[in-house]
Design a protein around this ligand. Structure first.
Ligand code: UDP
Length: 465
């Protein structure tokens, strides 16, 4: 992992304000990046929304140093009981409330003799870069998903002029669209702004993307959690997007990790007892929700595989109330199946017992999976997960799709047969191991991502020299 310690050539200690979009899949990679920056001599002020700050602090099991990462919070503009998964409302709340609070935070830091020198903003709220400009901080943007997705967002004017989408972002017709040669085609109905919430939410998110596209011009750097070889055509056509991934500091027990739920680490000793490459790890990130019927079918499918499995059952994974498991399920799978509310996923995927990853294909999960050479069974839920599935199955060829039947349900028999097909595919396994090597080469000394990170660090430090 990035371990180039450049504290020696530092002038004044550089101090970065790091601002993630308030969702789990954004907070974790920005926290990973923060740990990398600490290794490079930075101090970090990490800004969560108050709502998420409380969760991150509650989930902390403090067993490491935190002194270089200061966790602070600002309001998100929503009432306490409002639904933070309503991304339209959340986006509006943030745009209304955050700017003044951030300005005050930066000002107070200066008054206290603890000047913030640069601002690293999640591209999903790139409009906040205006604050960096106003307050005289070096501005940079971080993108926590595929470079192709960002390139797609940036090409919205072109999509509109070609008539692929209308002025509000709605697809004029459902078709497969290819952004450029060598890039996996995307279903226009799956453009990220078209598959988030209701039409009102989609319009809000679309307009926010347009604001971000304007604001990103201010940014001196646009870095992303990807690496050259997995998206080569995109990096060739959009050289401004600089890959610094995979960000994998979570393999080391570092705190804070930025999790919204406490990690149940007891599954690690359970994994130690399982045979090599035998375990199905099933995890669907922080947003996915299953209705009762699909949840039960998934449980029965895992049982039907006859293999050991580790299944992350978040407290809000299903809409079913009360005991959601099929009758007798827990007793039947006892010992062979393990359910946890939240896992230490980086460490789980790096464990030699894990054989495959039944995943919703969130970008972080995708990067974590390929960096550990696991095979994927893909079950996308929303947003960019369909595109990530195309990368996994069609471009890198390290996974299979798990498709629902005509009734829209993924049935237990299909889960069982796809697991068998996947685990029997030796060619796919060798591809996955090659990809793992490539990922690790990128972040070792002299690797492409490592060099990009160094260039970014050097530039972000200069104002303090
Ligand atoms: N994660 C985790 N434990 C779990 C499930 C998920 O630590 O039990 C982490 C996972 O490692 C990843 C993040 O949560 O870093 C989820 O991000 P992703 O982009 O995969 O999905 P999202 O939650 O955004 O849908």
């Amino acid at each position: 992992v990035h371990n180039c310690d450049s504290r020696a050539d530092m002038g004044v200690l550089p101090h970065a304000l790091v601002l993630p979009y308030p969702a789990q899949g954004h907070v974790i990679p920005l926290m990973e990046l923060s740990h990398c920056l600490v290794d490079h001599g930075f101090r970090i002020t990490f800004v969560n929304t108050e709502f998420n700050h409380d969760r991150v602090v509650a989930a902390l099991q403090i067993d490491g140093t935190m002194e270089q990462i200061n966790l602070v919070s600002v309001p998100d503009g929503l009432d306490q009981e409002e639904d933070r998964n309503d991304l339209g409302r959340l986006t509006e709340g943030l745009m209304k409330t955050m700017p003044l609070c951030l300005e005050e935070l930066i000002r107070k830091s200066s008054e206290a003799g603890d000047r913030i020198t640069c601002m690293i903003v999640d591209e999903s709220i790139a409009w906040a870069l205006e604050i960096a400009k106003k307050m005289g901080l070096r501005p940079a943007a971080f993108w926590p998903a595929s470079a192709q997705l960002l390139a797609t967002l940036l090409s919205i004017p072109e999509l509109t002029s070609k008539g692929v989408i209308d002025a509000d972002g709605a697809a004029t017709r459902q078709e497969m669209f290819q952004l450029g040669p060598g890039m996996p085609p995307m279903n226009t109905a799956h453009f990220v702004w078209n598959c988030i919430g209701d039409r009102r939410t989609q319009c809000t998110v679309f307009n926010c993307i347009l604001d971000n596209n304007r604001a990103i011009e201010i940014s001196e750097f646009v870095i992303c959690n990807s690496f050259k070889e997995i998206e080569e055509p995109v990096f060739a056509s959009a050289p401004r997007i600089l890959p610094v991934g995979p960000l994998l500091t979570g393999l080391r027990p570092r705190r804070p990790a930025g999790h919204f739920w406490p990690e149940d680490t007891t599954c690690m000793s359970w994994l130690d007892e399982q045979p090599l490459s035998s375990v199905i790890y099933a995890s669907f990130g922080s947003f996915t929700i299953f209705d009762r019927r699909q949840f039960q079918e998934l449980a029965l499918g895992l049982e039907a595989t006859g293999r050991p499995f580790l299944w992350v059952v978040r407290p809000d994974l299903t809409t079913a109330s009360g005991d959601a498991y099929p009758p007798g399920f827990e007793a039947r799978v006892a010992g062979r199946g393990r359910m946890v509310a939240w896992s230490p996923q980086h460490r789980v995927l790096a464990h030699p017992s894990v054989g495959c990853f039944l995943s919703h294909c969130g970008w972080n999960s995708t990067m974590e999976g390929i960096s550990n050479g696991v095979l994927f069974l893909c079950w996308p839920y929303f947003a960019d997960q369909f595109l990530n599935q195309s990368f996994i199955c069609d471009v890198w060829k390290v996974g299979l799709r798990l498709m629902p039947d005509e009734s829209g349900i993924v049935k237990q028999e299909r889960i069982k047969s796809k697991v068998e097909e996947l685990l029997g595919d030796e060619e796919m396994r060798s591809k996955a191991l090659l990809l793992k090597d490539t990922a690790h080469r990128n972040i070792s000394r002299g690797g492409s991502s490592s060099q990009n990170l160094q260039a970014f660090v050097d530039a972000m430090k200069t104002s303090t020299k």
